[in-house]
Design a protein around this ligand. Sequence first.
Ligand code: MN
Length: 750
Amino acid sequence: METIAVGKYNLNEEEEKKLILREYRALLRALKTRLKKGDKALVRRAFEIAADAHIDMRRKSGEPYILHPLAVARIVVEEIGLGVTSSICALLHDVVEDTEMTLEDITREFGASYAKIIDGLTKISNVVDLKADTTIQAENFRKILLTLADDPRVILIKLADRLHNMRTLESMSREKQLKISSETTYIYSPLAHRLGLYEIKSELEDLALKYTQPEVYWEIVQGLKETKRERSRYINEFIRPIKEELAAQGFEFEIYGRPKAIHSIWNKMRTKHVAFEEVYDLFAIRIILKSTPEREKEDCWKVYSIVTNFYKPSPERLRDWISVPKGNGYEALHTTVMGIGGRWVEVQIRSSRMNEIAEKGLAAHWKYKEGAPSAQESKLDSWLQHLRDTLSNPDTDTLDFLQDFKLDLFTEEIYIYTPKGDMRVLPKGATALDFAFDIHSELGARCIGAKVNYRLVPLSHEIKSGDQVEIITSSKQKPSEDWLTFVTTAKAKSRIKYYLKEEKRKIAEDGKDMLQRKLEHMKVSLSAYNVNELCAHFKKPSPLDLYYAVAVGSIDLKDLKAFTVTGDKLVQPPKEVKLETKHLVSDEDLMKQKPAKGAELIIFGESSDKILYKLAQCCQPIPGDDVFGFVTSGEGLKIHRTDCPNAAQLLANYGHRVVKTKWAKNKEISFLSGVRIIGLDDVGVIQKITNVISGELKMNMRSLSIDSHDGVFEGTIMVYVHDREELDRLCQRLGNLEGINTVERLEAQS
Ligand code: MN
């Protein structure tokens, strides 16, 4: 019998068949309660088609390809809660893309509705096109959002697909790992968040962290493991009295503590500048009640009252998402109480129905479920409608829109009332003008002010949760450029830009006429060729910009004299030769080069070419850091750290410009790097620090600045180091000094 051994995977053909069948049966079991008459045959048919289509294909890990669609189908059913149709589409999701099968075949076998979903999935899968340029990438993201608005099942299946790919990312090349992880944090986890799929969102982010910053990831995993025993003891002690009281009052419930996600612990460490040991809220307590829809609200508040009988709550940290659920449907009561030993502990209270929504997302049980949609369900619908509106506007600049849209996905929400008492959900920070655009684009465009709680306020007034807002309009009003500075929602921004562009187009019409007359005079036509030459000469990105510049007088038509004419063609005047002097100056300080040692050397990929590069200022990489090269449009190759704050955005949007990069061994160049220290104020502290740096480690220090207040000092040290190892040694030595609490590498220079 033939044994297949590829990578880690090692099974013979017989075992392989068994494994595939086992997975298939597991899928059927998961679907069991949902299978109606005839469904089983359909699922079987889909499985057979997929198995057949992928028969000769293997994944990078070596396992048979069919295990992937099977796994995706199971995630779709078990973790997202979708039904038969979606699981069939999940089984077939790679078939049209990767094999001879066509959409017509799918339509013939299963019907048009299936083909439509698979078509959507196939379109989206093109996103992982490493060679596509930025606008194509953005256009693809837009496609994702459009299909989402069209049939959310497509995006839910796509999320399952992505989740399985992330779970099995191990066998991919480092480059692919980075690229796929970045794309995941850039677009998929925000989407999962917006759709209320918290579990999946968390797992996606943890996995992305695992591949983009393995050191951080494993440090936290290790930390969690080491503190597990202590944590369980604390949790047990904390929940014991609550448990007893809940039981005494006859509640049916589950109570447990669970560690927070790794990426959220990391966020805390990073934003609060603390070490793992100092992140106090490593876990949250969850109480899940069995209750009925009529009683659940009351029950949750009863539980709240019991919890706060034992532990004092922090009044600012009560979140009532039961009376007003989040926009993505999330419902729960959150409170933070003072636990034993003076530790703040977050407690989340919800019914089992709310819990299901929290885990699987509202999307799962809406629309595909019997019965009329509830209030929250229609809220998600209206969000989708809004998405559809914005995207269907052909003039929206996709890149900008995505940026704004992503912000919308993550920000906190506020609740605003119309004069009639209807509630609208807006992101925190929204202004009166955002509110006007949220209601209707025309209302936004004509808005001159607003009344907030009956008081007159300007357009730029930031509205707060609970405000009642009435918009005042004038037919004479027109959007202006400065509006963009105080609106925050994607919708308002894209509408304003659209109006401004329309305005510009009208003005440009005049410019076009002026230019045409001038050219007639010169006896040449306004041909595409000539317009192109003019754009090139005046450095205008498009004819529209050219015409506009002519109309507003920023291009003087007299300057056209410099052109010569041959036949019907304009010929650009010869360019003045200018010496480039500003080159490299800005980065000069980043690298202190021992004179003329060929400092800018680095090895790329396999070819060991020596190429010129610059170090990105945002993350200041040094040898030993995990890095990638990025081809910029004007400044050559820039080296970024893979944990650079900009990395995700760069890798996800401009994958084709990323170059594999490795440090050359070269102890002769030193790099400027920064360290931040925090400690207790002490007269000798500067002395001690400089002793370590200059005396003990013999490093070259460029600057040291220390700020001290109320007995605590914070300092920044800039030193020249050769590599990561040296920097780590410095951090370690400084950390060992008495009185110093935190030592960390300086992130982006601000
Ligand atoms: Mn797939």
